[in-house]
Design a protein around this ligand. Structure first.
Ligand code: FES
Ligand SMILES: [Fe+2]
Length: 415
């Protein structure tokens, strides 16, 4: 699918890349390179799919696009979360249509082959008596659940996700993502390359000029010892650290290398949640929490998701590339499974900050993409506070080098 000349081009572009600088233009705008991303990144890596509570009951299913194809994630009768390629074993029709649904059994809309929730083919009407359905079960995709978050991988041999699991579970499990319910989902399409959507999320250099709602409570600094930090932040941090330690909540930056990031950081003085006045967004706190002021666990995992885990709600952001210049961003707001809308939380209050922020980020990413279309574009240097973009670019280049081999100049240098 990715022919030799395209592979040569990828190797040349990876060689041309300057670490610490934004990527060469084609990585952001070229359709052939987009196919490379789908193949070498999205079809190769573990991807965040959804919260397991989105498929709470046996027969609940949800689809997601991976590298141009569809995968269905569902809850089996035995409670297990499973993933299958969303293609019928008769003549390949898509089986589950739409984003979500519920079915006792999966019935293909084309000729009604019927599949059990564990993927077995149960019935293929009018097929000859010697037809053996056991050879025509749905093809599984790899699937795992980490503290209530569902991850899927369509690679034949998935990379290990265990280092990520071990590192982040202690941070996120106390928020009990497995005991939440969806309060709201928003899906927007940004006219920008997926890497620009990720890059935009990986820095807060742009926050002061663009996110008044977010900055009511979000601290712009990304590290407990951020070199830009003020004395006020240092005081805030040391007070928060003492409270978190007393509650046994981990907060120091997890060592995720360039693959992932997980850290707990406080909100601005007096703020406890993502609301326009900084007050709580939901009266019923998550898990066993009694203190509404726990800051937030900020978690990112390449290539497709970032999250916030607060005392009163959880946010998942999932990025799906649609083409070189279109990217879907799906945001999910989750509250305690027993929280009642209108009693414990008001939907408008809960969603106002990130609805505004997402839209502001959409405009920024779209402007970034349009600017890169200029023939005058050349990669520019990341600021020190954009260290997470440098990490992401290194991670991305690493995936391409793993897949297509290191550029010739690197091989020679290594000899
Ligand atoms: S393609 Fe599914 S039953 Fe024919
Ligand atoms: Fe932003």
């Amino acid at each position: 699918m990715i022919d030799a000349s395209l592979q040569d081009r990828v190797r040349a572009l990876v060689a041309e890349r300057r670490p610490g600088f934004s990527l060469p233009r084609d990585f952001y705008v070229d359709e052939a390179l987009f196919r490379v991303d789908e193949e070498a990144v999205f079809a190769a890596e573990w991807l965040f799919a959804c919260n397991a509570c989105e498929i709470a009951e046996p027969g609940d299913w949800l689809t997601l696009r991976i590298a141009g194809a569809s995968v269905v994630v569902l809850r089996d009768r035995d409670g297990a979360v499973r993933a299958f390629h969303n293609t019928c074993r008769h003549r390949g029709s898509r089986l589950c249509l739409g984003e979500k649904g519920h079915a006792n059994r999966l019935v293909c809309p084309y000729h009604q082959w019927v599949y059990e929730l564990d993927g077995r083919l149960l019935d293929a009407r009018q097929m000859p008596t010697d037809f053996d359905p056991s050879g025509y079960g749905l093809k599984p995709a790899h699937c795992t659940v980490i503290a209530g978050l569902v991850y899927v991988c369509v690679a034949e041999e998935p990379p290990s996700i265990e280092r990520f699991r071990a590192a982040v579970e202690p941070y996120i499990a106390p928020h009990r993502p497995d005991r939440t319910k969806v309060a709201h989902v928003s899906i927007i399409v940004e006219e920008a390359n997926w890497k620009l959507v990720i890059e935009n999320n990986r820095e807060c250099y742009h926050c002061a000029a663009n996110h008044p709602e977010l900055l009511v409570t979000l601290v712009e600094f990304a590290l407990p010892d951020d070199p830009r930090a003020t004395a006020q932040f240092d005081r805030l941090m040391s007070g928060a650290r003492a409270r978190w330690d007393a509650l046994g909540l981990p907060h120091a930056p997890a060592d995720g290398g360039v693959e992932f990031r997980c850290i707990r950081l406080p909100f601005n003085e007096g703020g406890v949640s993502f609301t326009l006045d900084g007050g709580p967004a939901c009266r019923k706190l998550l898990g066993d929490f009694t203190d509404p002021d726990l800051g937030s666990v900020r978690m990112f995992r390449a290539p497709n998701a970032w999250h916030h885990f607060l005392a009163d709600h959880i946010l998942h952001f999932r990025v799906t590339p649609l083409s070189a210049d279109r990217t879907e961003v799906r945001t999910t707001w989750l509250v305690h499974e027993d929280a009642v809308e209108g009693v414990d939380y008001d939907l408008e209050r809960l969603t106002a900050v990130w609805t505004a922020t997402n839209d502001q980020d959409r405009v920024l990413a779209e402007n970034n993409h349009r600017g890169i279309l200029s023939r005058a574009y050349e990669p520019g240097p990341y600021a020190p506070s954009e260290f997470m973009l440098a990490n992401f670019a290194d991670w991305y280049a690493g995936r391409l080098a793993d897949r297509f081999g290191a550029p010739a100049s690197r091989l020679e240098a290594a000899e």
